[in-house]
Design a protein around this ligand. Structure first.
Ligand code: ATP
Ligand code: MG
Length: 491
């Protein structure tokens, strides 16, 4: 069929299809990129399918590499912004029978385009586009399903999920991402086959889960996973929050609160680790919930500490890289910090910066915002928010002190042959005053020279200089703090 496609195919992509065709092969754009351009969405990556063999493909393109058992060849292109972009070219193939629910027992490359489209997961992913002719091959009515916003398997859903159970989760992820509904037979098969996800490697599950969390509506995705019975194979601990009522401040159950926190992180387009932090932040409220007769209410003491550990284990089970595991579990562990507003002092902020690390403290503020919005409360009063931000910056800045000097007590003793005592302190503070007056002087050469001169002064005079240095230091400290507060518009 012919459909007008106004979408511009990037030159490095058409270069690949043109080269293949010029050497007598067939070449089609296929999969997600065709689905996306038919909806007017910019594709994230480009897949090409061809009747050329992996060896023939590699011979045609200099910067190419063999990717996997499926004969996929990655072709590396340099793009305008100097990043490397890979176009993936996969030979047509048919797949043999599946006995392990995740991999075909055999793969055959002697296949046609029709065969290749038939082995793909969903109708909307099984459309091939020949841009040299402007022609679309759509044997499974994928274009109609795109128009109707329906996700449907190619062929019998039970059989397709039997072949590869990851398709069950891909269905939910794609429906979430695209805002499509799942066709009823496909949905019934998802529910029926949900348990087969246990045959799928955690790495593949993680990749689809990550894509789902990174969509615009991850809350819908996680709810679907739960309703269809998939969540227990992804993050079982989250399900424990279902129906767990909380105390007066909270209008939502633990489950719904975690979901709403996640959704807020997506609404703000925050990165993966913040989204996971939001989703997991109250993961351990169910097991720490206790009734307090004194308060006549539920308490959740320690849910932050326990939650940090539970989140760590859940993320490790999902095989997330250590870096993500550490950041997310520490965001969960310390998420309560900024909720105890009245008690926040500068030294408490310093402690938290030390605990989560200076790189993560701003993300902790983001998780806190998700927590708050996820409770159904209004956004933080702007003044209070600015006050926190100011305190974080105050806590993180290097203090004005003799530690800034390019010389230390050790070195001073070395060059003056002085022994430890008050004289050393006087010299350091006198030097600090000079450096504060003119930061250019903060070189070892200058400071050694000045040390030798200062060391010759009578002790009273040196003491006076040292005290002046101390006063100057305090003035500078005050000045810097005032600057930060002015910047954040707080007192
Ligand atoms: P995205 O836009 O997120 O990349 P996509 O549909 O391109 O989505 P990919 O994982 O890049 O997803 O896969 C490319 C294509 O390969 C799919 O469109 C589909 O045709 C096919 N495909 C991928 N995974 C499977 C699978 N498990 N079973 C059958 N076909 C699959
Ligand atoms: Mg893709």
């Amino acid at each position: 069929m012919h459909t007008k496609i106004s979408f511009q195919i990037p030159p490095e992509v058409s270069h690949v299809t043109r080269t293949l065709r010029a050497t007598g092969h067939e070449a089609y754009l296929v999969g997600g990129c065709v689905r996306d351009i038919l909806q007017g969405i910019k594709p994230k990556d480009w897949d090409i399918t061809t009747n050329a063999t992996p060896e023939q493909i590699q011979a045609l393109f200099e910067d190419s590499f063999y990717e996997n058992d499926y004969g996929t060849v990655g072709i590396v292109n340099e793009t305008d912004d100097e990043t490397l972009k890979v176009v993936e070219v996969t030979p047509y193939r048919t797949e043999g029978t599946y006995t392990d629910k995740r991999r075909p027992d055999s793969v055959s490359f002697h296949a046609s385009l029709e065969d290749d489209l038939k082995r793909r997961d969903f109708t909307i992913n099984a459309i091939a586009y020949d841009e040299s002719k402007g022609h679309l091959t759509d044997n499974f009515d994928g274009i109609k399903d795109i128009k109707d916003k329906v996700l449907r398997t190619v062929g019998n859903p039970q059989e397709r999920f039997n072949e590869d159970a990851l398709r069950i989760l891909r269905a939910v992820r794609l429906a979430t991402d695209l805002g499509f509904t799942i066709e009823v037979e496909t949905m019934n098969a998802i529910i029926e086959k949900a348990g087969d996800l246990k045959h799928i490697s955690m790495e593949r599950i993680r990749d689809e889960f990550t894509k789902m969390v990174m969509t615009k509506n991850p809350m819908i995705g996680v709810v679907m996973c739960q309703k269809f019975g998939l969540l227990k194979y992804i993050v079982p601990d989250l399900e424990r929050g279902i129906g767990i009522e909380q105390n007066g401040d909270h209008i939502y159950t633990v489950w719904e609160h975690n979901l709403r926190a996640l959704q807020h992180s997506a609404d703000r387009e925050w990165p993966l680790h913040v989204r996971l932090g939001a989703l997991f932040h109250d993961i351990s409220k169910p097991e720490t919930r206790r009734w307090s007769d004194d308060k006549n209410n539920w308490t959740f003491y320690g849910h932050d500490v326990v939650g940090g550990r539970v989140a760590k284990k859940a993320l490790e089970d999902l095989k997330y890289p250590k870096k993500i595991v550490d950041v997310v579990s520490s965001l969960v562990r310390y998420h309560l910090f900024f909720s105890d507003i009245e008690k926040i002092t500068l030294s408490a902020v310093r402690r938290i910066v030390r605990n989560v690390g200076p790189d993560n403290v701003w993300d902790l503020m983001k998780v806190r915002a998700c927590d708050r919005i996820g409770m159904g409360r209004p956004k933080e009063a702007p003044y209070r928010l600015r006050k926190y931000e100011s305190m974080i910056e105050e806590a993180m800045r290097a203090p004005v002190s003799v530690g800034m000097l390019k010389i230390d007590g050790q070195k001073i003793m070395e060059v003056t042959r002085e022994t430890p005592g008050p004289k050393l302190g006087f010299i350091l503070h006198a030097l600090l005053e000079e450096v504060l007056d003119d930061p250019e002087r903060n070189t070892e050469e200058f400071l050694v020279k000045r040390t030798l001169e200062l060391a010759k002064l009578p002790i009273d005079e040196l003491k006076k200089l040292g005290e002046e240095g101390k006063e100057k230091k305090e003035e500078e400290e005050e000045k810097e703090l005032t600057e930060i507060r002015k910047k954040h518009n707080v007192k």
